[in-house]
Design a protein around this ligand. Structure first.
Ligand SMILES: [Zn+2]
Ligand SMILES: [Zn+2]
Length: 173
């Protein structure tokens, strides 16, 4: 069962403009943070730090940290190693994280693992990712594809451990 954190619950800022509506997508692309994530983030007492990270990512995206000011966090949803799923732009909204021209094809789901520190997704994170994928299929008419950011775009994202899971079918552990 999905453990969803609403935008109000994580303290999201309001988008600065209306989302572009997406009627459906081919599926979902999986992302990681690309930076250092605290090695002990997954410990049970550390979920407050996940909430801080999501707020920081939204602030960075809206401040132009990815080259242009985004109207909101770029991701459709964000998943953490405590099996929680944060609402991002959500279903039927164009994300901004897949790269130019690639956002209408797939929703974008971020996993809170990085390129150093915490790099391996635990089972709770993988379950949260499947929760998000199922949600976007049910509520957002996402198709069956599950891919990585690196599919069709030059990036290391979502990192080798997560990409291996995607390639094996993105199944529950
Ligand atoms: Zn990515
Ligand atoms: Zn967490």
């Amino acid at each position: 069962m999905m453990n969803l954190i609403s935008r109000a619950e994580w303290g999201a800022k309001k988008p600065t403009a209306d989302y572009t509506r997406l009627s459906s997508t081919k599926g979902v692309k999986i992302h990681y943070t690309g930076g250092k994530v605290a090695a002990d983030l997954a410990e049970p007492g550390n979920h407050d730090r996940c909430v801080e990270m999501v707020r920081d990512i939204q602030a960075m995206h809206m401040a132009g940290g990815r080259g242009e000011r985004y109207i909101d966090i770029g991701y459709s949803m964000v998943c953490c190693p405590h099996r929680r799923t944060f609402m991002g732009r959500g279903a039927h909204a164009l994300p901004a994280a897949n790269g130019a021209g690639l956002n209408s094809g797939h929703y974008a789901v971020l996993a809170l693992v990085g390129s150093s520190g915490l790099t391996e997704p635990n089972d709770d994170l993988l379950n949260a990712l499947v929760d998000a994928i199922e949600y976007l299929r049910e509520r957002g008419d996402a198709g069956r594809e599950v891919k990585g950011h690196r599919d069709g775009y030059a990036t290391s994202c979502p990192g080798d451990p997560l990409y291996a899971w995607v390639r094996k079918g993105a199944e529950r552990p």
